[in-house]
Design a protein around this ligand. Sequence first.
Ligand SMILES: [Zn+2]
Length: 245
Amino acid sequence: MKREPRGYGSKLSLFGKRGEVVRAFLGTHLVRSAARFLHDCQLRHTTTPGQRFVTFSFDDGPDPESTPYLLDLLDKYRVAATFFLVGEQAARHPELVREIADRGHRLGNHTYHHADLWRSSTPDAIRDLRACSRLIDSLTGEMPQCWRPPYGHLTGPVMTWCRRQGIQTVLWDVLAPDASPRANARHMVSSLERRIRPGSIVAMRDSPVVVGQTTIALETLLPRLLLAGWELETLPRPTPLVRAA
Ligand SMILES: [Zn+2]
C-alpha cells in the first residue's frame, strides 16, 4: 500500500469536516473583526459627481534638505498640502514646523520616533503618538487632527485610542512610487496621473533622498492638474472620507 506523505492527513482536513470549521471561522469572525478594524482607516475623500479634488501629503519630515523645496514648490502653485511629521525631526527643526503651518499647510502626526506599531506595545505606541501631538501643539498652538501610521501598520487598540481622542487615522489610496531604486520623475508622473481619481489621498515622502525627483514630478503634475480644473485639499476635510472595508 502506498504510504501517504507526512502531514497529508492534516492538510486534507482543511477541506474536510474540520476544514468547514476553519472556513466558517474565516468567513465570519475573522472577516468581521477585520472589517471592524479597518472601518476607521481613511483612504480617500468622498466626492459628489463633478467634484475633482485631491490631497497631497508628505511623510517623514521636516527636513532642512527637502521641506523648503516642497514648500516653495507648493507656494509657486498656491496649493496646500498635509505634512505628517515625525516628532524627533520636528524637535530638531522647530522653525520648519512653524514655517509649514505659517504657509497654510496642515500638520499631521506620524509618531515621535517613526514607530512601527506592529513592533510596539500599545502603551508605547500611544506614548509616542501623544509626544508627537504635544510637540506639534507646543510649536504651532494647534493639536494635529489626523495621523498616519508609519509603514501603514495599524493596530486596533491604537486606532480606538485615536478615535476617542478625535484624531483621524489617514492612510492613502495612491502611494507615490518614490521608494523604488528605479523610480524617476517621469515614472512618478505617469504613475500618479494614472492612479489619481477624485478624492484621492496621495502619499509622498518629505525626504532628501527623493526630494529631487518629487519636485521635478510635481513641477509637471501640479500645473497639469490645476489646468484641468482639479483642486488641492488638505486633511482633515469636513466631508466624510471613504473608509476601508
Ligand atoms: Zn513614514
